[in-house]
Ligand binder design. Sequence first.
Ligand SMILES: [Zn+2]
Ligand SMILES: [Zn+2]
Length: 216
Amino acid sequence: MTTALVLIIVALALAALVVVGRRSRRDQAGSSGARAFARKQFRISWPPGYAHRVPLRTESNSSGTYVVEKFPSRSSALDVLRGCDVRDERVYLIGETPEGNIGRDLVWIFEEQNGSFIEIAERTPLPEPVYSQTDCAHCGYTVLPMGDPGLSVDGPMTASYLLVSSDVERAGQGFECEQCGALGCMHCYLRTSDDVEATPDRRCWLCQGHMLPFVE
Ligand SMILES: [Zn+2]
Ligand SMILES: [Zn+2]
C-alpha cells in the first residue's frame, strides 16, 4: 500500500517534469530572435521578463544587427528601450511604433528615420567592477577608442585636458588605467561624479590608478 503510494507520487513527479520540459522548449522555439542573439553572444538585456513573453525579429546587414520589436505607441517603446542594455557596438534595438520607429544602440536612443539624437541611453552598472581590456569595468559596455584629437599635443594628459565630457560620452569613448589597463567609460564617470569637468582626476574602478584617454 505504502509502496504503491510512493510509486504514484514518483509517476506524478515525472509527468510534471515532462510537462515543464516541453513547455520550456516550446518557449525557446517561439523566440527565434532571442536564440539568434544568444548564439552570437550579443550582450543585450531587456527589462526583466520582457523578452520571454515577446517574439523578437532579428535582421543583419553590413552595418550591424537589428533586433526589432513592435510597440503600440512611441512612449511604450521608449519605456522599454530605456530599460534595456546594449553592451556591444553595431547592435541596434529597434522599436516600431505607429508614431515612427525609435532605436537604441551602445550610446543613444535615436530616431530610426534619420538617426537623430533623442537621449543618452542609461547604462546599468555591473554588480561589481570586472576587469576587461575592451569593456568599461563599471558597466560592461564596450569602450570605443578616441580618435586623434587633431591637435599638436605633448601627450595624452594634454589631450585629455581638451576633451569635452559630453562629446566623449556621446561617442561611447572612455579611459584606460595607466596601472592595470582596465577601462572606464565617460558615461559612468559622469554619472558617479558631480563635476568631472572641473576635476578630471578620474580613477580606475579596480585599482584606483589614474585614468588616461583610451586611444589605441
Ligand atoms: Zn561604464
Ligand atoms: Zn586600474
